[in-house]
Design a protein around this ligand. Structure first.
Ligand SMILES: Cc1cc2nc3c(=O)[nH]c(=O)nc-3n(C[C@H](O)[C@H](O)[C@H](O)COP(=O)(O)OP(=O)(O)OC[C@H]3O[C@@H](n4cnc5c(N)ncnc54)[C@H](O)[C@@H]3O)c2cc1C
Length: 389
């Protein structure tokens, strides 16, 4: 594909840069108010608040190159944080499989960042083998609501979420991919108990969610009963594409180079050390290769195609690269990285390095573990058949 920037693309890039500069966070201002205003202003530009949504749902209808420019410029600028669950994961499912009433009910609040969503897929005993999930949903005799019971685990941000999109078991008589139903329900209700799980990096983002006898009206079901696996699979591909984080890695790599040039090594800096430079160079080459894979994926998305199994390549390589950057950051910080969590000593970047490194261990687990991505690539990209032995 052609990624030479045309005069129009360059003009667009300038417009994006100007918007980001004009709307940078003014230190001291109420962050949340600024954040919501930022999305409003991006919306006024014509769907810049929802760049990946299709035009018919208010998106900007950008070309792949425009998406590429946006990703790069927003990674450099400190744009407000955004949660992917409603915006990038549930929204495409609502657009593809939800009915008009559900689209009108949920999409505007997702766009306005008014409602936080979480993803209720994994269960104790159903992670990589997600289709083994057991959370039970029983339809009432009059067919108006489901009674849901079960436990979800690793549910990111469940403690601040208003709603959950949840995979439930409605039939266990056939193969396990059948009999799964996709339900939406509020988190703040009796019968939902959220227990925190503190991860290796010392932070609280994931939770265990117990669901006891809650009632979910049938109008909160996406698509047909027992067909939820089809919708869930589509969502995983959107999730995987989003997790690669290529633009952020490009920025992180530049930051790492700047940080390494502040570390004294012999008569020079760490950036003069051939061994360190070799690792950086290897990383940079790999990152460039993944960047081009992402561009190909953007090009196919611009023709209306859904992300396919190639999103597994992006997830696999993108998350490995993020981990390698974190590992090299700890290496650059040297002994000062060990003072993580304590009073800062040594290089200022070293303090955050270890926390980032420990958190990054999970990148190759969530959204489907690396081994599972390799299975998908072998089967669906390379066409390798399983041995019958
Ligand atoms: C930080 C974090 C946030 C998460 N957020 C969410 C969330 O918001 N919502 C949600 O639903 N889930 C979430 N998850 C769950 C995540 O999707 C699962 O952890 C992941 O799918 C792996 O499942 P598991 O933990 O049960 O491990 P298992 O599936 O038990 O895997 C254990 C090990 O076995 C390997 N393995 C499994 N199957 C195969 C195979 N076929 N071939 C080779 N090796 C295999 C795996 O690669 C792994 O190394 C999150 C997880 C983490 C760590």
């Amino acid at each position: 594909m052609d990624i030479q920037l045309s005069a129009d693309d360059l003009a667009f890039q300038e417009e994006v840069k100007a918007f980001l500069a004009e709307n940078a966070y003014p230190a001291g201002e109420d962050y949340n108010k600024w954040r919501l205003d930022w999305f409003d202003k991006a919306g006024e530009k014509g769907g810049w608040d929802i760049p990946k949504w299709p035009i018919e749902f208010g998106g900007p209808g950008w070309s792949p190159t425009q998406h590429y420019i946006w990703e790069k410029e927003t990674a450099v600028a400190a744009t407000p944080w955004d949660m992917p669950f409603g915006l990038s994961m549930l929204a495409p499912i609502l657009m593809g499989y939800g009915n008009e009433q559900q689209q009108q009910r949920f999409l505007p609040d997702i766009r306005a960042r008014k409602v936080n969503w979480c993803q209720g897929y994994s269960e104790p005993g159903a992670g990589s083998d997600l289709a083994s999930l057991k959370t039970k949903a029983e339809l009432s005799e009059d067919g108006t609501y489901y009674t849901v019971n079960g436990t979800k685990i690793w549910t990111t941000m469940a403690h601040i979420a208003d709603w959950i999109f949840c995979l439930t078991r409605t039939d266990d008589s056939g193969i396990k991919q059948q009999g799964i139903t996709f339900l939406l329900f509020p988190m703040k209700q009796d019968g939902i108990e959220v227990k925190p799980i503190i991860t290796l990096g010392g932070t609280h983002s994931v939770n265990m969610v117990h669901i006891n006898d809650i009632k979910v009206p049938v109008e909160n079901r996406i698509g047909e009963e027992d067909k939820g696996w089809t919708y869930a699979k589509g969502l995983l591909q959107h999730e995987r594409t989003g997790l690669a984080g290529i633009s952020r890695s490009l920025v992180a790599l530049e930051n790492l180079k700047a940080q390494a040039s502040t570390v004294t090594r012999g008569n020079g800096t760490l950036m003069d050390d051939p061994a360190f430079r070799g690792k950086l160079a290897e990383l940079e080459v790999d990152l460039l290769a993944v960047e081009f894979t992402e561009l190909r994926s953007l090009a196919s998305a611009s023709t209306g195609s859904e992300p396919g199994p190639e999103s597994s390549i992006l997830k696999l390589k993108g998350t490995e690269i993020q981990q390698r950057i974190q590992k090299l950051t700890v290496e650059a910080g040297g002994i000062y990285s060990a003072a993580w969590g304590a009073k800062p000593v040594g290089h200022s970047f070293a303090r955050g390095g270890m926390g980032g490194y420990l958190s990054s261990r999970s990148y190759t687990i969530y959204g489907g573990a690396s081994e599972v991505q390799k299975d998908v690539i072998a089967k669906n990209v390379l066409g390798i058949k399983r041995s019958s032995k």
